[in-house]
Ligand binder design. Structure first.
Ligand code: NAD
Length: 282
């Protein structure tokens, strides 16, 4: 049975085939070719089976976002399948899942590798979306340090004194800083490499979204999380489907004038923090 006779379909590449990433892909995947990349073979099998049995055209590839060569091979594979119109990066680890070094290497450097590699293969009018986090709004990196980060190649980020001294303090700091750096990475790419390909790239910063990753956070830091959720305007957690709705918009044609920026979707948590309604660390 041939479900789809179309050739040279637009390609959607998803790095990190987790809850939010797959929800975003599902919103935009009809009539397209999906390439899923993840470090977990088991996860890829499950997710690709779900896509296949929902009528989508899907391929998978084992990718380790920590390794530049692996991410570059993933980008080349995407380009070999057709015009790469969409790239989504959700490969990440949260503070209670890993040590500072791992978080920085995955959420910051790994994201940089992906932004660099897809900056070589995106099709004109293509769009990218990096999943950052509301935590990227919780600490203001000094302006000069941000400039230094912007001027540092991805492979040298871990050597910056600010990363070695401040970000490595603990996993919470590593995560906050890595997620802020994601905003800078997308901003820089939008103005340089992705611009050169006439492609757009943005970040999306979710608040607390109930996924397996968030469950690890609740289990380890439940009390603080509960107070933060209660202080937010929405007084609830979010869902992957709400992130997918906004993600599909940012990747779609109606967002053609949006590039190099971040969309915060947090139910009002950062508003509560910035206005003193909720104090971090209590
Ligand atoms: N869930 C939340 O509350 C929340 C809030 C803000 C931001 N985020 C961020 O959103 C992103 C996605 O989170 P999610 O909640 O959908 O989590 P998830 O655990 O469902 O998805 C993450 C995926 O990344 C994959 N991955 C991990 N290490 C990898 C590696 N080295 N190479 C390739 N793939 C790897 C995992 O196998 C998993 O499929 C993460 O970057 C996370 O930090 C999550």
């Amino acid at each position: 049975m041939i479900f789809d006779r179309n050739e040279n379909k637009p390609v959607i590449a998803l790095l990190g085939a987790g809850s939010m990433g797959t929800a975003i892909v599902r919103r935009i995947a009809a009539g397209k070719k999906i390439l899923l990349g993840d470090i977990s073979e088991k996860n890829l099998e499950k997710v690709s089976h779900d896509f296949e049995y929902s009528g989508y055209d899907v391929e998978t590839m084992i990718v380790n976002a920590l390794e530049r060569e692996s991410v570059e091979a993933f980008a080349r594979k995407a380009a070999s399948l057709g015009p790469v119109m969409f790239f989504i990066d959700t490969a990440g680890a949260s503070p209670n899942q890993a040590k500072p070094e791992h978080i920085l290497k995955l959420d910051m450097v790994g994201t940089g590798y992906a932004v660099d590699a897809f900056g070589e293969v995106m099709a004109p009018s293509g769009a990218g979306l990096i999943i950052s986090s509301q935590t990227g709004y919780m600490y203001n990196i000094p302006h000069e340090t941000e400039q230094e980060i912007l001027n540092t190649p991805t492979q040298d980020l871990m050597d910056l004194p600010f990363i070695r001294e401040t970000a490595m303090q603990n996993s919470g700091w590593a995560y906050m800083i890595a997620k802020r750096v994601n905003h800078l990475q997308a901003m820089k790419a939008a103005a340089t490499t992705w611009k050169a390909r006439r492609a757009r790239i943005n970040t999306l910063s979710p608040g607390v979204i109930v996924t397996p990753l968030a469950y690890d956070e609740f289990n380890a830091a439940g009390e603080g999380y509960q107070r933060m959720i209660d202080a937010s305007a929405a007084e609830r957690t979010g869902t992957s489907d709400e992130i997918a709705e906004a993600g599909a918009f940012l990747l779609g044609e109606h967002a053609g004038f949006i590039t190099g920026t971040d969309l915060l979707i947090d139910g009002g948590t950062i508003a509560a923090i910035r206005t003193g309604q909720y104090k971090l660390g209590r």
